[in-house]
Write a protein that binds this ligand. Structure first.
Ligand code: NDP
Length: 277
């Protein structure tokens, strides 16, 4: 029987554990405030920002919103970040991405203090992960490690294949699997014989941004399949990068879309915010 990994339930469990930890830390006189910056009013970003603020309220930490108009210049945004970096009352800073095209995303990411970089995107956070030092870890891959842990899936010694090498998912994912002693292969758009490489995996993580591309031909019998992709189809339904119906009977465990990796991202953002408390 294939196990369907329930990201909704696991993320709820993590948020409940964090709620208790926040109460304990507050009792010791510690506090946390997450600054959430949104530039412009992209509807999807507004939903994400709203969900992040709701999650803060749920676990008992403060959030402060900075809703800046679309025409905000890069310098103006950098000034806001500088102010928040210097504000001892702010423990985490998040700039909702994407930012409008006239603002350079990398410049913004680099300006956030690594001590407050709860998204884990700053090069120093990524570097710390690379050399196994303490630091904030990108939320989606960190969430996947929690999904594996809470599902009792041991990574050590396993063949792990990650399809996708983006800075926010594929690369940190590969480093985390390596840190957990997996034998890791990273695939991308230039990989030859992708089916053959993917079907070596005991644990296959798919983050390619192509709806239902990965079918049973890419999957070994009994593999664990983690689907990071999320796509809204024409019929309004969500699907992942994995063709769930074709793959599910072949693997031992799989994350659904929605309800798999997605809910973990905000839970791990909260985890990062609380760890900075
Ligand atoms: P990117 O577009 O930044 O990266 C995609 C990666 O997939 C690239 O490394 C690319 O290779 C590779 N790729 C693309 N096509 C192929 C192919 N045909 N064969 C092999 N590799 C391929 O995407 P992200 O990492 O940001 O996101 C991936 C997916 O995950 C998206 O669907 C996104 O929406 C979703 N996502 C979900 C999150 C969640 O919370 N659930 C959070 C973040 C992302 P190359 O480098 O060679 O171009």
């Amino acid at each position: 029987m294939t196990a369907i990994i329930d990201g909704k339930a696991i993320s709820q469990k993590i948020k409940d554990e964090l709620k208790e930890e926040v109460a304990r830390k507050k009792a010791q006189g510690r506090s946390a405030t997450l600054a959430v910056i949104q530039v412009g009013n992209d509807p999807a970003s507004t939903v994400y920002v709203g969900n992040k603020k709701k999650a803060c309220a749920y676990i008992g930490i403060e959030s402060e919103s900075f809703e800046l108009p679309e025409e905000t210049t890069q310098d103006e945004l950098l000034e806001v970040i500088d102010r928040l970096n210097d504000d001892p009352g702010i423990t985490g800073i998040l700039v909702q991405l994407p930012v409008p095209a006239h603002i350079d995303e990398d410049t913004i990411i680099r300006r956030i203090s690594p001590l407050k970089d709860v998204d884990g995107f700053h090069p120093m956070s990524v570097g710390a992960l690379c050399i196994g030092e303490k630091g904030f870890v990108s939320c989606t891959p960190a969430g996947i490690m929690k999904l594996l842990e809470y599902s009792g899936i041991d990574v050590s010694g396993k063949e792990c294949v990650v399809i996708g090498r983006s800075n926010i998912v594929g690369k940190p994912m590969s480093l985390l699997l390596l840190r957990a002693n997996g034998t890791v292969t990273i695939c991308h758009s230039k990989t030859k014989n992708l089916k053959e490489v993917a079907s070596r995996a005991d644990i296959l993580v798919v983050a390619i941004g192509r709806p239902r591309m990965i079918n049973e031909e890419y999957v070994k019998d009994g593999a664990v399949v983690i689907d990071v992709g999320i796509h809204r189809m024409e019929d309004g339904k969500l699907c992942g990068d994995v063709d769930f119906d074709r793959v599910k009977d072949k693997c031992s465990a799989i994350t659904p879309v929605p309800g798999g990796v997605g809910p973990m991202t905000i839970a791990m953002l909260m985890y990062n915010v609380v760890s900075a408390m």
